[in-house]
Design a protein around this ligand. Structure first.
Ligand code: HPA
Length: 275
């Protein structure tokens, strides 16, 4: 998607929602319910947006939701695009560039992930301190358009330290347990083998999932501040004596939904107040 494609999508969206959403949210598997909490919502299905890819996977609604969350103008992606669905990383990350064009300054990315760190439990929430791109590719490969960002973006503080501290404070006030760690982005769609999980632990990973890393690379390229939260929906393969299933992922995210919603809403409120 070139600059004109992104601008065309953004221009269309600006005709539907005239306020400026300073905060963007990408809602992971089972976490899309957060968008249902947005007041005076303007919902725009992906298939209505010029140049937008269309979501396929069950459980991913596939729309942008604009409106007010805790007094802040936000835009939320209810359903994201995954590399494993066959979308190019260019398509996977295009919505981030559109958000930037809409005026978003802070991006909150969420996902379901498998716990690698053995001190974690299914149902924990984890603040991303950093990530490891284990997808074997990068969304910025190809000619660089300086209108989007620099050729070699710095990734030394991908997850904004002030936002992380704010998130920790919010979690503490709400009495919500919040783990911290490094997210490994794999392509999926097969879950990891136990050997891969041991390898990822040795590499420094605390949780593993199939998203987020491409979007965060593009967000940093675009100069956005990023906060990442994983819902540890299961322990990664080989840690517990049981097979992994997508049903477990969905069941666990359902179980921690209330905590997740409260935490993210509180963080949004705090970002809004600090602006
Ligand atoms: N591995 C990769 N992705 C995931 C997992 C997992 O264990 N759980 C949820 N998404």
């Amino acid at each position: 998607m070139n600059y004109e494609n992104i601008m065309e999508a953004a221009s269309y969206l600006k005709t539907k929602f005239t306020a400026t959403p300073k905060i963007g949210l990408i809602l992971g598997s089972g976490l899309g319910v957060l968008a249902d909490e947005i007041e005076n919502p303007v919902k725009i299905p992906y298939n209505e947006i010029p140049n937008f890819p269309v979501s396929t996977v069950e459980g991913h609604a596939g729309q942008l939701v604009f409106g007010l969350l805790k007094g802040a103008n936000v835009v939320a992606m209810q359903g994201r695009f995954h590399f494993y669905e066959g979308y190019s990383l260019d398509k996977v990350t295009a919505p981030v560039r559109v958000m930037k064009e809409l005026g978003v300054e802070t991006l909150i990315v969420t996902n379901a992930a498998g716990g690698i760190n053995e001190s974690f439990q299914a149902g924990d929430l984890m603040l991303l301190t950093d990530h490891i791109n284990n997808m074997g590719t990068n969304p910025l490969i190809g000619p660089n358009d300086d209108k989007f960002g620099v050729r070699f973006p710095d990734m030394s503080e991908s997850y904004d330290i002030k936002l992380r501290n704010m998130a920790k404070k919010c979690a503490k006030e709400l009495n919500i347990k919040l783990q911290e760690g490094v997210y490994v982005g794999n392509t999926g769609p097969s879950y990891e083998t136990p050997a891969e999980v041991r390898a990822l632990r040795t590499l420094g990973g605390d949780a593993v999932g199939m998203s987020t890393v491409p979007e965060v690379i593009i967000a940093k390229h675009a100069g956005l501040k990023v906060l990442g939260i994983s819902c540890i929906s299961n322990m990664a393969a080989g840690i517990l004596d049981q097979p992994l299933s997508h049903d477990e992922v969905i069941e666990t995210t359902d179980r921690v939904r209330a905590n997740f919603l409260n935490l993210v809403k509180n963080i949004v409120e705090n970002i809004q107040k600090s602006n």
